[in-house]
Ligand binder design. Structure first.
Ligand SMILES: Nc1ncnc2c1ncn2[C@@H]1O[C@H](COP(=O)(O)OP(=O)(O)O)[C@@H](O)[C@H]1O
Length: 364
């Protein structure tokens, strides 16, 4: 919706009108609908992960949140080296259960997996060719694609080649290492006006884990059987390289149940995920193992929605609830003892009324 609003704000307004009309008719107390900012999306994803893990209530060390969508991607974490002063736009302050958090968060619009695929294809079609041999797609994959459709997004629209071609043939060649080079072209690591950056000149403090990676991070790594981060990063890359090198026909035969669009893109998406983590966010072979690819936490989906709802309904208090001095059983015991003592005192207070023991008359 953030992209659609940039590209065509009239269309975005019409979506909201339709959503509002429909929800007003529902039994819910509809409070309105609006586009979430990237900063909110990142921060609420972090709240969700830490709330479900029970880390906020107990004041434990928090988990960073990595969210990969189709259009944008978010990174949010607490770092001891971050107080918000170097880049206030990346700072969100929370007071939850009596603890203060200064969260670092950034949302990269256009860096969701669908938009990055457009950017990678734009990189390969700059001269407006009739066909491209793409290392990020499997050998044997071939589809005719439309230039107008590919460049119909604010993430790439300014790069549309001024060629006469309407279409190009997108052919795969299945080479992970060459694909990594194509994907690297979407990250600009040449400029940084802060003490340190991730990419595109965006400030990022020293990484501090652990991290939970969800949404498309999970969908892709789960399909590739690569959610185990105790496996060395080098072996993960080798496994992905083997997947990318598998011919398209074999892949389709192995997974007839999976949508062809998803199936054709796992090589690209897996390569993007590893490149984003290592070249973009600066995870190393060591810190890679601090990432956990997750879908659900205690049965709830990881994502921004639960965190947003918890915040909206004030379900996470700013202050810690008063902790009772005694556990529940302790209170029951104390009240029982007091009741017994009071009862004994009451009985004793009735003593003057007790009937005296009658002495037997002496028989003379
Ligand atoms: N099983 C799957 N395999 C691969 N990709 C998937 C799968 N399910 C959803 N996706 C894709 O993952 C991306 C993230 O989805 P979602 O979190 O709904 O996106 P967004 O944050 O952009 O709304 C989307 O591009 C979606 O098409």
């Amino acid at each position: 919706m953030r992209l659609l609003n940039i590209e065509n704000s009239g269309a975005s307004d019409r979506v909201f009108q339709a959503v509002s009309e429909s929800l007003q008719k529902s039994p819910f107390s509809f409070q309105g609908a609006r586009i979430l900012s990237g900063q909110e999306e990142g921060a609420f994803g972090w709240v969700t992960v830490n709330y479900l893990d029970d880390r906020l209530k107990q004041g434990l060390e928090t988990t960073g949140a990595l969210d990969l969508g189709g259009a944008s991607t978010q990174i949010s974490f607490i770092s001891d080296s971050f107080d918000g002063s170097e880049s206030p736009a990346n700072s969100v302050a929370f007071r939850l259960y009596g603890n203060d958090y200064n969260l670092y968060t950034h949302s990269f619009l256009c860096y969701g997996k669908d938009q990055v695929l457009r950017m990678a294809l734009a990189h390969q079609t700059q001269s407006g060719p009739e066909s491209i041999l793409d290392p990020c797609f499997h050998n044997g994959y071939s589809k005719i694609k439309n230039y107008t459709e590919l460049y119909n997004s604010p993430c790439v629209s300014d790069r549309k080649p001024t060629s006469a071609n309407q279409v190009f043939t997108h052919t795969g060649k299945g080479n992970f290492y060459q694909c990594q080079e194509v994907v690297k072209s979407v990250f600009d690591v040449s400029k940084c006006k802060y003490s340190q950056c991730s990419f595109n000149g965006i400030f990022q403090p020293i990484l501090q884990g652990p991290f939970g990676a969800f949404s498309a991070y999970y969908f892709v790594m789960n399909f590739l059987n690569l959610t185990d981060t105790s496996v060395p990063l080098q072996s993960v890359k080798e496994a992905l390289a083997r997947h990318c090198a598998t011919p398209w026909d074999t892949i389709k035969k192995q997974h007839p149940e999976i949508k062809e669009k998803y199936l054709s893109e796992y090589c690209f998406s897996g390569t993007y995920i590893l490149t984003l983590l290592t070249e973009g966010y600066n995870f190393t072979a060591e810190s890679y193992s601090s990432i956990k690819f997750i879908k659900k936490i205690k049965g709830s989906d990881a994502g921004w929605t639960l965190g947003y709802m918890l915040n909206l309904t004030n379900m996470i208090p700013a202050e810690a609830p008063d902790t009772p001095l005694l556990p529940h059983a302790g209170y029951v015991s104390v009240v029982t003892i007091i009741a017994l003592v009071l009862f004994a005192l009451f009985i004793l207070s009735l003593r003057p009324l007790w009937p005296r023991c009658s002495q037997k008359p002496e028989i003379v």
